[in-house]
Write a new protein. Structure first.
Length: 320
């Protein structure tokens, strides 16, 4: 038998590798048409991502905005490894040192952290409140004036009435403006869903904000086998009106490490500055890890509980 014949007989036919219609056993379907990898293939579908799949925390029908490309995806390369950048967004205590401008309107040290399961954790950061770190807390009206970004001409209409709080005023304003913009009825959303930062992390690499403001998704991915860099994807979502077709996925706008997020077309400058501050923080953190004589992290008992939980679960998978 010739070598050519032997190879032809031993090599499977191309059609036997047609996996286009093969079932995907390690992908978890999430509300709103999202999906996340499911490392545990033995776990029944829907169990891995609990409680994300429960009605009380469904993101609803939202899809990336297609009006401007940046609003869909804004990937950025970071010069730090994947676990470092991922765990940096699991706590809110860094606001004091990294984002001091956010102390006026964010209860940073009062954030609630929950570890719902091995794969799903949450933090709940109230908006429209004073940080406990502020020596001179702002009044309700002053909080309104500091919380808004973008067009500030609407401040004349945002006056805190008697018996009201800034949370009530801002939530009412967002229901009206976002509802009119996207032709949806937002009356069913609570004040908390309208203005608070409610963040769910789904192991291994996805973060969801199921509220209306900010309506974001984070995704963290490696860049090949490069252990020194990783890709941070920032997606902005919007409500989908009844009967509206899902818009086509927008083209990603790539931002290099040394470019500001604000350079992405349409990105709000104030929000871009917040993510730039995170970039500087992560760069210093990566350098600190390498220079550490101890070689280990020191984590807070509560404020960084989600980071410890994440590391423990990852270690369980690595030892399996």
């Amino acid at each position: 038998m010739s070598l050519d014949v032997a190879l032809n007989r031993a090599h499977p036919r191309r059609e036997s590798f047609d996996t286009r219609h093969a079932p995907i056993s390690n992908v978890e379907e999430l509300p709103g048409g999202l999906a996340a990898p499911r490392p545990d293939r033995e776990m029944p579908a829907g169990q891995y991502s609990k409680p994300i799949s429960t009605p009380s925390v469904q993101p609803g029908s939202r899809r990336p905005e297609a009006e401007q490309s940046w609003f869909g995806r804004d990937p950025k390369q970071h010069p730090r490894d994947l676990p470092v950048i991922r765990q940096a967004f699991l706590e809110s205590y860094h606001v004091l040192e990294t984002h001091p401008q956010l102390l006026q309107g964010t209860g940073d040290a009062n954030v609630q952290y929950d570890c719902h399961s091995a794969h799903v954790t949450r933090f709940y950061a109230a908006g429209g409140v004073n940080s406990p770190h502020l020596a001179n807390p702002l009044s309700e009206q002053e909080l309104v004036n500091t919380m808004l970004v973008g067009d500030r001409s609407v401040l004349e209409d945002l006056q805190v009435g008697e018996g009201e709080t800034v949370r009530t005023v801002i939530a009412r304003f967002l229901r009206k403006t976002l509802g009119e913009k996207y032709r949806v009825d937002l009356s069913r959303f609570s004040d908390s869903e309208m203005i608070d930062a409610i963040e769910y992390h789904i192991l291994p690499n996805m973060v969801l904000f199921p509220g209306l403001s900010p309506p974001m998704v984070y995704r963290f991915r490696p860049i090949g086998n490069d252990s020194e860099r990783s890709l941070f994807e920032l997606l902005f979502l919007r409500p989908l009106a009844a009967g509206e077709r899902h818009p086509a996925p927008p083209d990603p706008c790539f931002v290099t490490e040394n470019e500001s997020y604000a350079s992405a077309p349409g990105m709000d400058a104030a929000m871009g500055h917040v993510y730039d501050q995170d970039t500087d923080n992560l760069r210093a953190q990566q350098q600190g890890f390498k220079a550490s004589s101890k070689g280990t992290e020191t984590l807070g008992n509560y404020q960084e509980a989600r980071i410890r939980h994440f590391q423990n679960v990852v270690n369980l998978y690595l030892r399996a």
